[in-house]
Every structure is written in C-alpha cells, then in structure tokens.
Design a protein around this ligand. Structure first.
Ligand code: FAD
Length: 437
C-alpha cells in the first residue's frame, strides 16, 4: 500500500488516497483498514469522482492484465479485469475480431467498461458493453467469489454492470467479440446545417450504418443552432492497394498555466472544423483514427490547464420530443462556454442490462467545459433543470458535480441497487449523490 495523489481524467480533483495494487485474480480482497472503505480503480478514464475515493482507499487493478483464453474460431475471449481494450484489439483485430461496443478511448479496462456499462457510436445497433459480456467474476470483501452471467447470479450481473464499482471487485471477464473483415471502416461524413437536419440524417442513417455520431458546433446560434458533421460508418474490407495508415501519436507534454480552450479559440476552431470539407465525403479509415481520434494526442486533457475541466453528458428520452435538445443547445450557445469536444448521438431502444446503466432510448449530448468555477456551475444548473424536466439523466462516468436529487430522479432503481453495495466499498461520487437521500 502507498499513499498517492490520484486524479481522474477531468483533472479537477487531485487528492490523497491509499492505493492497494491488485496483482493477481487469485488474490484475496485487499486488507484495507476496517475504518476505511475501498474502491476499484481501472485506468482513471472517468472524468469526475466516480473512480475516486478521497481520503479512503483505491484498489488499483492495472496489474490484472493477463489474457486467460482466446478462441480465434469463435471470438470468445477471457481476460483479467485490468486488461485494456487497446490490448485486446492488438490481438483480436489481426485475427478478424473486434470489441462489439467501445467507448471513444481504447485506454479503458474491461472492469471499468463493465462498471460504467459503457456505450459507443453503435448503441442503436449493439446496446451497451455488458451486452457482449458473457460472464464475469465478482470478488466481495467477505471473500465470496460470484460467477455472474445472465443465467448465473443474474441479479448480481445487473447490479454490477453499470454499478460504479460499488458491488465489489471484478477480477475477470469473458467477452464475445464480433467478426470484422479487417481493420478498416468505410466512413461517410456529412455536413448538416442545424439540429433539425441532424435528426433527419440520423433517422435516415441508423438502419444502414452500424456507427453514427455527430460532432456539433456548440457556439452556433439562430438558424445554424446545432450545425455539425455527422459520421456514419460500417466495418469494411481494406480497399485494394490501401497501405495501412495507423494513427499518429502526439503528446501534450505539460499542463499550461491556463486553459488553451476559451471563447476565442473555440469559435475559431469550430468554424474552421465545420467548413473543413465539402458537404459529403466518403473514405476508408483505419479503426484507430475512426473510433479513437482523441487517443492520437496523449494527455490531451492537459489542454485545459491546472483547473481542469468537466464533461456534461446527458440523455433525454425520445418521448420528451426534440425541444429539450434544442433548449440545451440554445442555453450552451448563449452562455459562450463549451469546447470543441461536443457530441450528439441518438441512442437506440435496447434495454440496458444494468440497474444503473446510463443509456436509454433518446438523445445524448456530451460536451467538455473548461472549469471556470461559479460561472460554469450556474450554466450547469440551467442544463440540469432542462434535463430533469425532460425526465432525463446525467452519466456518472463523466460527472463530478450533479446534485443528488438529479441522480436519484434520473436513476429510479437506485434504492433497489443499494442492497448489492459491498459494505466495505464506497466512492466519492456515491457519498456525494447520497447526501440527504
Ligand atoms: C476520451 C474519452 C472518451 C470516452 N468516451 C466514452 C464513450 O464514448 N462512451 C462511454 O460510455 N464512456 C466514454 N468514456 C468514459 C470511459 O469509457 C469510462 O469512464 C470507463 O469506465 C473508464 O474505464 P477505466 O478503466 O479508466 O475505469 P476508471 O475510470 O478507473 O473506473 C470507472 C469505474 O469502474 C469501476 N471499476 C474499475 N475497475 C473495476 C473492477 N475491476 N471491478 C469493479 N469495478 C471497477 C471504478 O470503481 C469506477 O466506478 C470516455 C472517456 C474518455 C477519457
């Protein structure tokens, strides 16, 4: 055990925590002092405090990185829970298999992907990550090892998928990969003039394209409100004569003394990016640059300076209509805040397997914001009111500040969930959203 200053991806919190390294899936649950709670920690790619346990203990799982088995005929892969999706893809893609659901970075662990029940650009096709998980082992602090699947201990499967690490330590998992014809994706990028056109394009695209996602210019207003670029894509064989072009790697070498993202750079970048191409462009892309554009710049989160940044990701149900999305975009544009990382996606109707899984049928909006203190919190309160009024919710993996009332209204099964929490496990996020419950 060592005491370390640990932060999450948003770099807002840097706080001391006792770190216990888990090195083998056979290890007992770490012997954390009885007065302290523990929380599993994957690769810290959550933005706020859901992977932190300030003043308490973390169970660092990156040592659990062994492959257990891989059947290249069936695509069934078993590995320890600290294995990164990047490590899986390095082995599986040359054999013609891909992770069926992947978030926008491949530097997440399998345990972290289960505990947040992560989603990708193909939610409308494939649902969430837990849908490709056939089984996992859950180690409880009393030493019990539960094998969990849709048929074995299914109630523990449902509590742990999206369960924010609170039900115990996932030690290993078995995943069903999906066949691909090679490392390429056939990508079409279409410019749309406003949020209305976004909805029309999505409705047209979701049936024929496995992956659809839009970048939006969050500074645009009026008739151009919500303008952006929609990408729609399918896995495809490598085009004849195509030489493999892998992702280039750059590094943000240090944290600048102030955020490089501000109103001026934002408007300039957004306008240039929006006009960077013609109305419609189609080309093959290597999977790395298509799925993980941000992984091309290591430590890009340092761009936001020492105060860090927040991401606000919400989903509003389709039943609420398009008005809440328009209202969110108008409120953000009016505030002059936001960043170039702004994403809009329509979630499909798959039921998420977890009691606390974030995705539900509707529209999800995700935006990064430099941490500007009270000015930003005022904007967040306005956005919260729109989301709550529409019956929506925020994504805990991205959150570091939502009020407990919003969490509890957005996740009506939270009380049912509490019976599965390991008595020796807690997190900063959970204590925060449960205050005054
Ligand atoms: C650039 C970027 C893009 C992203 N894009 C997306 C996206 O498109 N879709 C999406 O859904 N998310 C996205 N995310 C969020 C990210 O996928 C999740 O936060 C993911 O869970 C992080 O995994 P991690 O291994 O870093 O886990 P951590 O962030 O360290 O932990 C996440 C949670 O998992 C728990 N946990 C970790 N390991 C275990 C274990 N072995 N047993 C039990 N619990 C465990 C932790 O307690 C914590 O609650 C993105 C993040 C980044 C930085």
């Amino acid at each position: 055990m060592s005491v370390q200053t640990v932060s999450s991806w948003g770099n807002v919190i840097h706080a001391e925590q006792a770190v216990f390294r888990v090195q083998s899936r056979m290890d007992a649950f770490p012997d954390v002092a009885p007065s302290r709670s523990a929380l599993p920690y994957g690769n810290g790619r959550s933005y706020g405090d859901s992977c932190l346990n300030v003043g308490e203990a973390l169970l660092q799982t990156r040592g659990l990185d062994r492959f257990i088995s891989f059947d290249s005929q069936t695509g069934r892969l078993a590995c320890e829970a600290g294995t990164l999706l990047a490590d899986i893809l390095r082995v599986s893609v040359p054999a013609g298999w891909f992770v069926p659901v992947t978030p926008g970075t491949r530097y997440v662990t399998v345990g972290g992907a289960i505990a947040n029940d992560v989603h990708g650009k193909n939610h409308h096709h494939a649902g969430t990550f837990a849908q490709c998980v056939r089984r996992f082992e859950l180690l409880r602090s009393d030493g019990r090892r539960l094998s969990c699947s849709s048929t074995e201990n299914p109630e523990w499967f449902a509590a742990t998928a999206g369960g924010l690490g609170l039900t115990g330590l996932i030690t290993s998992a078995e995943i069903q990969l999906r066949r691909i014809p090679g490392p390429y994706v056939d990508v079409e990028t279409l410019r749309f003039a406003n949020v209305g056109e976004f909805f029309t394009l999505c409705a047209e695209s979701d049936r024929d394209f496995e992956y659809t996602v839009a970048w939006i210019d969050c500074s645009s207003r009026g008739k151009q409100l919500g303008r952006g670029l929609l990408q729609r894509a399918n896995h495809a064989p490598a085009p004849p004569g195509m030489r493999p072009v892998r992702q280039r790697r750059l590094t943000m070498p240090f944290t600048p003394p102030f955020s490089l993202v501000n109103q001026l750079t934002l408007q300039l970048f957004n306008s240039l990016y929006y006009h960077r191409q013609g109305k419609r462009v189609r080309r093959p892309e290597h999977y790395e640059s298509f799925f993980y554009p941000l992984d091309g710049i290591l430590h890009w989160n340092r761009l936001y300076g020492p105060k860090g940044f927040y991401q606000y990701q919400c989903v509003v149900p389709s039943s609420a209509g398009r008005e809440p999305v328009t209202a969110l975009l108008e409120t953000i544009a009016r505030s002059g805040q936001g960043s170039f990382l702004a994403v809009l996606k329509v979630f499909g109707s798959h039921d998420s397997p977890g009691l606390l899984s974030f995705p539900r049928e509707g529209v999800t909006l995700a935006l990064d914001f430099p941490n500007s203190g009270e000015r930003l919190e005022k904007l967040f309160r306005e956005l919260d009111a729109i989301v709550q009024g529409a019956g929506g919710r925020l994504y805990p993996a991205k959150d570091g500040r939502m009020p407990g009332t919003l969490f509890r209204s957005g996740y009506p099964r939270w009380q049912e969930f509490t019976q599965f929490i390991d008595p020796r496990v807690s997190s900063s996020f959970w204590r925060r959203v449960m205050e005054n419950a």
